[in-house]
Design a binder for this molecule. Structure first.
Ligand code: BES
Ligand code: MN
Ligand code: ZN
Length: 489
């Protein structure tokens, strides 16, 4: 498991600057004024900082950008990193600055002179998040990252506000690791074992095996996994940090550990990306981890349907009809529209068992959401103006894009089947919406519900502000904030 770099917070000691090995970081705002740390470096380097700050290159930089002064005379350091940042940055700029530092750090130690900056905790979060590397399967490239020390006035206070952020970084890393892991390693068994290991953190973790799922009548879920040698599972994670007896909030995730498309086989190009088709379940797991690590004062259950969609002699055929746990029958037109079959039964089970105060499900559900929104925004579909607005607000505050799309009865018509209660695809048009309409049939009208289609945001081909290419962990921070704001207030 990848763990975030441990970041130390210490009292400011200007005498440590001259002899510090590695890289020394100072901050200068738009006003060009040097704080004590920057002044110290400026004196040691015979005014190199002041010259940089007056230069056109620095003036043109935007908040969070870094200028590198390599091998400065008068100091032991390999480089001075001058960050453009005001003393009271907003959290996005502070995280961006931290991310830029992570990229400039390499394997060196960092001494961050953040004495006058009031969001050192957010800088540390950005540094941790962008410092992530998935190198579990790299034989020669495993290099330990350098140490990071922040010098701040009141280190105890900063360390205290940074603690929940360390919990966030660890949750995001857990999601990224799960999502990046190839499907021969992260089988349904391995996934369930990694979730069960979170019992050490105080989470209750229960694993429902195929015989139990069969008894519960979860035939839409089981139909997806019946072509695979890996057993289908549902994992239930519970965090009871709130008032006893308060209905929990529920998170539900699509955990397709690999999606070949089944008998409706996908084309070869890009099929390897379907190793990340458990991204929704990965986010649910990451949020549960963060809640446990920061001992959240809320009752939250996280349920994931773990399954592999494979073609074989026992696989579901196009045209098969299966009965859901709810009782409705589904004609499976396309075995590649499997995510909704997984979620249908897990959503129904969640409502029957937990009577949740609300549900948010996450799924890499449709390629069509990439066509509509690209990698910048997840699609939000909901039966509740309030819950969707609250989620979108939380996502905006965390810099995670989310955009609501419509739902209505008219789209629902597209799911009519000649021989069953519904079919599992609606045709070419409005593919993300018909998928959402399908899910809605398994959500009770009085339960506030949001479906997040994260096929575009969970996994990216080139780096984002706070993540290298690959799994992003999109949604962990937004959901953590939503729970903190809405249920811990
Ligand atoms: N897992 C895919 C969706 C997906 C596509 C995720 C690209 C990430 C990147 C999903 O199971 C799927 O195959 N959806 C089909 C639905 C169609 C058959 C109605 C799709 O989007 O093509
Ligand atoms: Mn599919
Ligand atoms: Zn899928």
């Amino acid at each position: 498991m990848t763990t975030p770099t441990e970041i130390q917070f210490k009292d400011v000691d200007l005498d440590a600057v001259a002899g510090a090995a590695g890289k020394v970081v100072v901050f200068v705002g738009d006003d060009g004024k040097l704080d004590a740390g920057a002044r110290k470096v400026n004196t040691l380097t015979r005014k190199a900082v002041a010259r940089l700050v007056e230069s056109e290159t620095f003036v043109k930089k935007t908040p969070g950008d870094v200028s590198v002064m390599a091998f400065p005379a008068g100091m032991a350091a390999a480089a001075v990193l001058v960050v453009k940042l005001s003393r009271r940055p907003d959290s996005q700029d502070a995280r961006k600055a931290g991310a830029a530092l992570a990229k400039a750090q390499g394997t060196a130690d960092l001494l961050v002179m953040a004495g006058s900056i009031n969001r050192a905790d957010e800088i540390a979060l950005g540094l941790a998040l962008r410092g992530y590397k998935f190198d579990a399967h790299k034989t020669d490239e495993k290099k330990p990252g350098g140490d990071v020390t922040f010098m701040v006035s009141k280190p105890e206070v900063v360390a205290k506000s940074a603690a929940p952020m360390a919990a966030i970084a660890e949750g995001v890393f857990f999601t990224r690791d799960l999502t990046n892991e190839p499907a021969n390693v992260l089988t349904t068994n391995d996934f369930a074992a990694r979730l069960a290991a979170m019992q050490e953190l105080g989470l209750d973790v229960e694993i429902l095996e195929e015989d139990t799922l069969e008894k519960l009548g979860m035939r839409t879920l089981l139909s997806v996994g019946q072509g695979s040698d890996s057993p289908t599972k549902v994992v239930v994670m519970s965090w009871n940090g709130g008032k006893k007896g308060d209905a929990p909030f529920a998170l539900v995730g699509k955990g397709v550990v690999f999606d070949t498309g089944g008998i409706s086989l996908k084309p070869p190009a890009g099929m390897e990306d379907m190793t990340a088709d458990m991204g929704g379940a990965g986010v649910v797991a990451g949020v549960m981890r963060t809640l446990a690590l920061r001992k959240a004062k809320a009752n939250v259950v996280g349920l994931v349907g773990l399954v592999e969609n494979m073609p074989s002699g026992s696989a579901t055929r196009p045209g098969d009809v299966v009965r859901s746990m709810k009782g409705d029958t589904v004609e499976i037109i396309n075995t590649d529209a499997e995510g909704r079959l997984v979620l249908a039964d897990v959503l129904w089970y969640t409502q029957e068992r937990f009577k949740p105060s609300g549900i948010i499900n996450l799924a890499t559900l449709t390629g069509a959401i990439l066509v509509a929104l690209g990698h910048e925004n997840a699609g939000v579909f909901s039966n509740s103006d309030e819950l969707s607005a609250d989620f979108i607000k939380a996502a905006a505050a965390e810099g995670e894009g989310a955009w609501r799309l419509p739902m209505s009865k008219a789209y629902d018509e597209l799911l009519k089947s000649r021989i069953a209660d519904m079919k599992n695809v609606g045709g070419r048009n409005a593919g993300s919406i018909t998928a959402a309409q399908f899910l809605r049939r398994f959500v009770k009208d009085d339960v506030p519900w949001c479906h997040l289609d994260i096929a575009g945001t969970a996994n990216v081909k080139s780096e984002t502000a706070l993540a290298p290419a690959g799994a992003t962990g999109w949604g962990v921070m937004a959901l953590n904030r939503l729970i903190a704001d809405k249920y811990e207030g």
